[in-house]
Design a protein around this ligand. Structure first.
Ligand SMILES: [Zn+2]
Length: 305
């Protein structure tokens, strides 16, 4: 993993990123301003980002949040305190969550979340974000970008093409992140695979930057690694169902054994539970799994032969 520094790493003329657990991308407008794409987990990340911008005499002109996970917009509040007029853009459904971040742990838990689920990893400070439904070429903060629909990891998410640079957001993970998290988060596993495949079909990409991981000049290799990991998860969920009918929680426990995952906090359980649920929905759609209610439990089973 990269160490946290406060210097911008160039990707192309006028396009840089701040390397961190989750990156921020900085796109210059050519007049001393810059569009910021994703703002990191918290004030500390945002402070580093601002320091890096000041180091090269750039002023933020707008923020684009690719999706609503706390580690991609948690720095908004700090930046908006310094620059109250900054416009913040996000995919429409994600903008709703960024405005009302309690929706994140609320949807994962299915009810008002207990304090254990109101950590900064699941609940960022609220910030005002404007719904941005447009895809394709748009101008944000004086910078022309190409937005690509890569929903799946989140209910909605945009990747950003900047000339020959592709910021994949969380549609693609670096190899270390894939190895560390065998249950890669997703809201919709079928769309997650389609999104990764669609990025693999892009032409003219010299360098791809995943939200988590190092920049790579091997887009095809990165896409293949991600598709293999996502498919491996679907297989593990199917194997867990084939081992015997079970509830989501029972299947999650089996999947964790299959993938060598050890969960130690409530946040990990609800996140991984959502991942298993997403793959179950995909498997229900193909007929590989069936669902029924029995003994007051929602049970997933292999189809009867
Ligand atoms: Zn994410």
């Amino acid at each position: 993993m990269t160490s946290q520094t406060s210097t911008l790493v160039p990707l192309a003329p006028g396009v840089h990123f701040l390397s961190a657990a989750v990156h921020s991308v900085v796109v210059e407008d050519g007049r001393g301003g810059a569009l910021l794409i994703d703002t990191g987990l918290d004030d500390s990340h945002a402070r580093k980002l601002l320091r890096a911008l000041e180091g090269v005499k750039l002023t933020p002109t707008a923020i684009l949040n690719t999706h609503s996970h706390a580690d991609h917009h948690g720095g908004n509040a700090f930046l908006l305190k310094r620059f109250p007029e900054l416009e913040v853009y996000a995919p429409p459904l994600e903008a709703a969550i960024i405005n009302h971040p309690i929706l994140e742990p609320l949807s994962l838990f299915g009810a008002w979340p207990p304090r254990d689920l109101q950590t900064k990893f699941l609940l960022a400070p609220p910030s005002r974000a404007r719904p941005l439904p447009e895809l394709g070429r748009v101008s944000l903060g004086g910078v022309e970008v190409e937005l690509l629909d890569v929903a799946g990891h989140a209910a909605q998410m945009y990747a950003v093409q900047l000339g020959d640079v592709l910021y994949a957001a969380d549609a693609l993970f670096g190899p270390d992140a894939l190895a560390k998290h065998p249950l890669t988060f997703c809201a919709d596993s079928r769309s997650q695979k389609a999104a990764a495949a669609s990025l693999g079909a892009l032409t003219g990409v010299r360098v791809v930057l995943p939200g988590h991981g190092e920049p790579s000049e091997d887009l095809a290799g990165l896409v293949a690694a991600n598709l293999a990991a996502y498919t491996h998860t679907t297989q593990a969920v199917l194997e867990a169902v084939q081992a015997g009918a079970g509830t989501v929680d029972e299947l999650l426990a089996r999947v964790c054994v299959l993938l060598g995952v050890q969960m130690t906090n409530a946040g990990a359980v609800v996140l991984n539970r959502a991942v298993v649920s997403a793959h179950l929905t995909e498997l229900l759609g193909t007929g590989a799994v069936e669902v029924r209610v029995a003994d007051n439990r929602l049970i997933f089973t292999a189809p009867r032969a």
